[in-house]
Design a protein around this ligand. Structure first.
Ligand code: C5P
Length: 213
């Protein structure tokens, strides 16, 4: 029998990662931040090429097998540069294809015998785990999301400024929503939450309310 899966999709800065981690803790499920996989490909690709302007799809694909748990913990993956690169790489069909299996394997056989899995990303409820028991889609006003992201970057010691973060989020939204393969769309059976005026506790308890219904 398939283990339960909770899919948490949404826009950048909507709070999906925080919600997914809280749900995983609460149910003692395994947690996968799928955005980190794209960030790791971005990071490894940048090590092999000069920049992420014209990314070579073959080179990007070749890095997938080098993603290790250590790389996924590298704080550089959250930097502005890697964020931008990951977003561009995420529109390459061959890279997405390579990462599908890794994500589906995690969902079907969560590590350490966990009773279930929580995955967050952009296409979990639509492509990776279309049969997930619960699907959430989070969004918030762009100004709110940019402010959250700016706070994270400043806390991480980055030299970030609001206008640039806002521009990057706008560009990422556009790329994620307009790509041909696995675009950011709301699954028909997803529960949507606008987190603009909610703190992380409110989001978590609202999601729990839906799950316990
Ligand atoms: O979620 P996060 O912001 O860390 O994701 C980084 C980038 O990876 C996003 O901008 C998005 O383009 C891409 N991504 C994706 N599909 C996922 C997770 C992330 O396309 N499931």
């Amino acid at each position: 029998m398939n283990k339960p899966v909770i899919a948490v999709d949404g826009t950048a800065g909507s709070g999906k990662g925080t919600l997914a981690r809280r749900l995983a803790d609460h149910f003692d499920y395994a947690y996968l931040d799928t955005g980190l996989l794209y960030r790791a490909v971005g990071y490894l690709t940048l090590e092999l090429t000069k920049g992420c302007k014209d990314i070579n799809e073959d080179i990007a694909c070749s890095t997938v097998s080098s993603i290790t748990p250590e790389i996924l913990k590298n704080p550089l993956l959250r930097s502005e540069n890697i964020t931008k690169c990951a977003s561009k790489i995420a529109s390459l069909p061959a890279v997405r294809q390579k990462l599908i299996e890794r994500q589906q394997t995690f969902a079907q056989n969560p590590p350490e015998g966990s009773a279930g899995a929580v995955l967050d990303g952009r296409d979990i409820g639509t492509v990776i785990c279309p049969k997930a028991q619960f699907k959430f889609f989070l969004n918030a006003q762009i100004e709110v999301r940019a402010a959250r992201r700016l706070k994270e970057l400043l806390e991480a010691g980055e030299n970030a400024i609001h206008s640039r973060v806002l521009k990057d989020i706008r560009e990422r939204d556009a790329r994620d929503s307009s790509r041909n393969i696995a675009p950011l769309v709301i699954a028909d059976d997803a529960i949507t939450l606008d987190t603009s005026n909610m703190d992380s506790n409110a989001v978590f308890f609202k999601a729990l309310e839906f799950i316990n219904r």
